[in-house]
Design a protein around this ligand. Structure first.
Ligand code: ADP
Ligand code: ADP
Length: 216
């Protein structure tokens, strides 16, 4: 199964990606996570990406595509993958399609996580990430009173780009650059919308239902 998750920042892509990928036994490939790992590791890629991420802008396509190409070439991605946060504009989608075609592959399905703006802002404002295992939490919805990860005990942090001003800009970038992917993939006939409101497990259930007709 070759799957892409699209949706605005805060829609729950990362949260759902961990469950869907584990249910389907495919690797979860999150470009945001890979960039953040490079930023904390102080690599050249991280230094470059950071200037864009801090502003809430997209990292240039060239850099992002090269990184995804490398990751998709790894052995564990040959029989399927779940992309979270890529592609993020039509140019990336076209290059992904050509890249997969060269390898005799194609996307099976694109899931659009649908939530309204108010909910997105609520979700981003309370998002916390574990510095150790990368798990995503929410201060209110998960009732996090301490700053420790319930899964591994690691310290939770708030992402720099989840500050209110940057969030506003990221939502604009989504509308301008990423939202056109919805009609792009609808035209390709592989888009399915999933209601991403309500409890996490319910959203996962809806996503798995949407995926099941495309399996095996
Ligand atoms: P969110 O989960 O809130 O949608 P991500 O973790 O996916 O955010 O991405 C964080 C930042 O990383 C983005 O704002 C952008 O700067 C960069 N980024 C992630 N994926 C891409 C991509 N496909 N193209 C360009 N930049 C990206
Ligand atoms: P994205 O990757 O799309 O930016 P995340 O998966 O990081 O989104 O989720 C953003 C925030 O919303 C996190 O704090 C997460 O815990 C919370 N969240 C995700 N799904 C739900 C849900 N169904 N209900 C309530 N909060 C959620």
């Amino acid at each position: 199964m070759r799957l892409v998750l699209v949706g605005p920042p805060g829609a729950g892509k990362g949260t759902q990606a961990q469950y869907i990928a584990s249910n389907l036994s495919i690797p979860k490939i999150s470009t945001g996570d890979i960039f953040r790992a490079n930023v904390s590791g102080g690599t050249d890629l991280g230094k470059l990406a950071k200037t864009y991420m801090d502003r809430g802008d997209l990292v240039p396509d060239e850099v992002t595509i090269a990184m995804v190409r490398d990751r998709l070439s790894e052995p564990d991605a040959q029989d399927g993958f779940l992309l979270d946060g890529f592609p993020r504009n039509v140019a990336q989608a076209e290059i992904l399609r050509d890249m997969l075609k060269d390898w005799g592959q194609a996307l099976d399905l694109v899931l659009e996580l649908v939530v309204d703006d108010d909910e997105v802002v609520r979700r981003l404002a309370g998002r916390r990430t574990c510095s150790q295992c990368g798990r995503i939490w929410h201060v209110d919805f998960d009732d996090k009173k301490d700053d420790r990860c319930d899964a591994c005990g690691g310290v939770l942090f708030q992402r720099d780009d989840d500050k209110e001003e940057t969030v506003r800009h990221r939502l604009e970038v989504y509308q301008e650059q990423t939202a056109p992917l919805v009609s792009y993939y609808a035209e390709e006939g592989i888009l399915v919308g999933v209601d991403a409101t309500g409890p996490v497990e319910e959203v996962t259930g809806r996503a798995m239902e949407a995926i099941s007709p495309y399996m095996g």
